[in-house]
Design a protein around this ligand. Structure first.
Ligand SMILES: C[S@@+](CC[C@H](N)C(=O)[O-])C[C@H]1O[C@@H](n2cnc3c(N)ncnc32)[C@H](O)[C@@H]1O
Length: 265
């Protein structure tokens, strides 16, 4: 291969044109990965990378509060999802560590996750529960049941601690099932990681925030998406018992959920 070809290819990769699979639906999901494959093994898909740029990355690029390192990490996560016990997850390591600290502090009876995708994050929360509250359970909701990785479903942790709820996160029957399962007087952490569209997140906040126990959290994920700051501001104005935990967000420098760690007093 000529040096000029190598140079052009290198520049394209640095600019993100060789990025892995990206969501086309406005969600933050990496696209489907075949079982056993890491994204780097997949063929580059330029169109999807551009779709992601159009949905969320414009905001990231425009946000002057994000350092070049922040941008690099976000872009890198899109190319290389991280894995827990072999299952991909749409998270970054520093946010996972925040969850580890947060769950250790709260020791919840239930973690309610809206947005399962491959199941990597649910499996990770289940593993943390093993240590912070062995009786605890993860309830994870997704509108699409087919994308859960068999390595997640078939893991002992999943069988013992995870309940998958199939349906839209805002459907009345889904909320009823979750409320009935949790009952009353339980410590509950909620994480919202479905469609990051403002109207949808506002609805989710209204439905899931009442589940959150005092001293616990509802985490609005991926707050770099356009319009989510306004949604959170409106929610906090109407629900003064919640406040943003900025200290948690600032730890480890980088987070995808700036302003999204909402703690109930
Ligand atoms: C960003 S991914 C979740 C990532 C996962 N929490 C993780 O960290 O690996 C978003 C998921 O939300 C799901 N989703 C989109 N709209 C939804 C809705 N209205 N109700 C439930 N799930 C939805 C998608 O099917 C997708 O699996």
């Amino acid at each position: 291969m000529k040096w000029s070809t190598v140079a052009v290819a290198t520049v394209l990769v640095v600019l993100g044109f060789g990025a892995g699979r990206m969501a086309q639906d406005g969600s933050d999901s990496p696209g489907p990965l075949p079982a056993g494959a890491r994204s780097s093994e997949n063929a580059p898909d330029r169109r999807r990378a551009h779709t992601y740029d159009g949905v969320g990355f414009e905001r990231v690029k425009a946000d002057s509060t994000l350092s070049p390192l922040d941008r690099l990490m976000l872009r890198q996560r899109k190319k290389q999802p991280i894995f827990f016990l072999g299952v991909p997850m749409s998270q970054i390591p520093s946010d996972n560590w925040r969850f580890a600290e947060l769950l250790h502090e709260v020791r919840p009876d239930y973690i309610v996750e809206a947005g399962t995708l491959f199941g990597g994050s649910a499996l990770y929360y289940a593993a943390l529960l093993e240590f912070v509250n062995p009786a605890g359970r993860v309830l994870t909701v997704d509108i699409n049941a087919d994308q859960i990785d068999p390595r997640a479903r078939e893991h002992e942790l999943w069988k013992q601690r995870v309940t998958f709820v199939h349906g839209s996160s805002t459907a009345p029957e889904v909320i009823e099932q979750i409320v009935a399962t949790i009952g009353t007087g339980k410590k509950v952490v909620v994480t919202l990681d479905t469609l990051h569209a403002p109207d949808h997140v506002a609805r989710e906040l209204g439905l899931y925030a009442p589940l959150v126990s005092s001293g616990s959290y509802i985490v609005v994920q991926d707050t770099y998406f356009e319009g989510l700051d306004g949604v959170i501001d409106a929610f906090l104005a109407a629900n003064p018992e919640f406040q943003v935990d900025r200290q948690l967000a600032r730890r480890f420098v980088f987070t995808k959920h700036t302003g999204g760690f909402l703690r109930r007093r």
